[in-house]
Design a protein around this ligand. Structure first.
Ligand SMILES: *Cc1c(COP(=O)(O)O)cnc(C)c1O
Length: 440
């Protein structure tokens, strides 16, 4: 499975790819397209397209984490008339003149698609040409179209999808090619090369996307308040009781970590999204019964809720049996800060001894601590609990044991109080209601 980057500013190319149901990331690209008039038209277009590809390769190197392996897609579309590239108009008068020249005539539209594949370090280019026959046009109707402003960012001074229908007498070849990206030819290349891309499953609804943005904003603001880098805080979207459709929606909006409380509920969801090739990471945050451990190990990137030595021992035992002989399950130790009888977790009195025992387990790596403080009326009241957890993490991190250095994660804060948790050093917040709405 490859990841596709579309290096183009053209919304029309994006739409064409979206119609093909292919997932991609747009890569904004600004290159000045100056054709070399010493070359023939096709070579001029090829050169521009390759220049774009080159700029995009540089751009992608600057991304903090490009998804590998990837395919970079660039394209240049030009209108060729009487052996010359017409280019984009500089002024409305320019557009007017170009369209007067095209009136009643036949011209060519050529797109050169340039592709780069990262694992083979391979570049591919393909040219596609369409013949377009214009009707005879009255100056008045040309003027009216030019006044819409549509020609100004388009090679040849027109957008075939926007001109009045009767402007175009007929075309020979691909219509999408004239718009900017011939999808049939593109898919053919993908197939020939054996490249496949994740599909777009569901579109994010504005609601899910807006809620996600809002939660991200709270994380950012709380971080800035205490001069923390917001990228130190990871968001786990708590999806217990939520249907897969809602998870897909939030995933489409850009969320990739999801937290579940019940193994039985989680497994079919994990399966469903895996079949859709969604790149989702699952976290287990609920009370884990020892008889469910065998179904949970290896399925979750992180088990947050290890609150007893017995549970840790069971995970250590099942991990190599269920996964592979060297498998190591990442976990957090849950701390029962309020010493509440209704909640699981190590008490502050017992956690240090337990931690030392768990450090010796081969198939477990303890990454940090998790807590679910007592429910308070005001989020401020939990600040002291978050501070306690942070101090405890520092203490355990300082333990003279080689594995103690892995103690860096603090999973704390829910919809009610994650802003306070971030201020107090949370590296993972677990947010359900603020992302999905009230649970039914
Ligand atoms: C449900 C749950 C959450 C999320 O709670 P919200 O109030 O919906 O944000 C977080 N952590 C754990 C352990 C949970 O069970």
């Amino acid at each position: 499975m490859h990841h596709l980057y579309l290096a183009s500013m053209s919304p029309r190319r994006r739409e064409i790819l979206e119609k093909q149901n292919i997932q991609f990331d747009p890569l904004p690209l600004k290159v000045s397209e100056i054709p070399n008039e010493n070359l023939n038209p096709l070579d001029q277009i090829r050169q521009i397209s390759l220049q774009k590809l080159h700029a995009a390769q540089n751009e992608i190197k600057r991304l903090p984490a490009a998804k590998q392996p990837y395919v970079l897609l660039c394209a240049d579309t030009e209108v060729v008339f009487c052996g010359k590239l017409l280019g984009k108009p500089k002024t409305p008068e320019d557009a007017m003149q170009t369209l007067q020249r095209l009136s009643g005539q036949t011209h060519e539209v050529t797109t050169v698609i340039a592709l780069y594949e990262s694992s083979q370090n391979e570049t591919i280019e393909v040219a596609v040409t369409t013949m377009v026959h214009f009707s005879y046009l009255e100056d008045a109707e040309i003027k009216k179209y030019v006044q819409t402003g549509d020609p100004m960012d388009k090679a040849g001074s027109y957008g075939i999808q926007n001109v009045p229908r009767h402007f175009i007498k007929s075309i020979q070849g691909s219509l999408e090619n004239v718009i900017g990206l011939p999808s049939a030819e593109l898919l053919e290349i993908f197939k020939k090369q054996g490249w496949s891309f994740p599909k777009i499953h569901e579109k994010a609804t504005p609601n899910a996307a807006l809620r996600l943005l809002e939660v991200q904003k709270v994380i950012r603001q709380a971080s800035e308040k205490v001069h923390r880098d917001p990228s130190w805080v990871s968001l786990v979207a708590v999806s217990k009781t939520q249907p897969v459709e809602k998870i897909s929606e939030l995933h489409a909006a850009g969320q990739s970590w999801f937290g579940e409380n019940y193994v039985q509920e989680a497994l079919p969801k994990i399966q469903f999204l895996r079949e859709k090739n969604a790149d989702v990471k699952w976290h287990f945050i609920g009370h884990l019964q020892t008889n469910k451990v065998k179904d949970a190990v290896g399925k979750f990137q992180l088990i947050h809720s290890v609150g007893s030595l017995e549970l840790a021992r069971k995970i250590d035992q099942q991990a190599p049996l269920r996964c592979h002989p060297d498998f190591v399950q990442d976990i957090l130790l849950q701390v029962n800060l309020g010493e509440e009888t209704t909640k699981s977790g190590f008490s502050l009195g017992e956690i240090e001894t337990a931690f030392h025992e768990i450090l010796e387990f081969k198939h477990i790596l303890v990454r940090g601590l998790m807590a679910m403080p007592p429910l308070q009326n005001s989020p401020e009241e939990n600040r002291v609990h978050f501070q306690t957890l942070r101090n405890l993490l520092h203490k355990l991190h300082g333990t003279p044991h080689p594995k103690a250095k892995n103690m860096i994660e603090l999973s704390m804060g829910t919809s009610h109080d994650f802003h306070i948790a971030v201020e107090e050093g949370a590296t993972i917040v677990r947010v359900g209601t603020s992302l999905f709405g009230e649970r039914t």
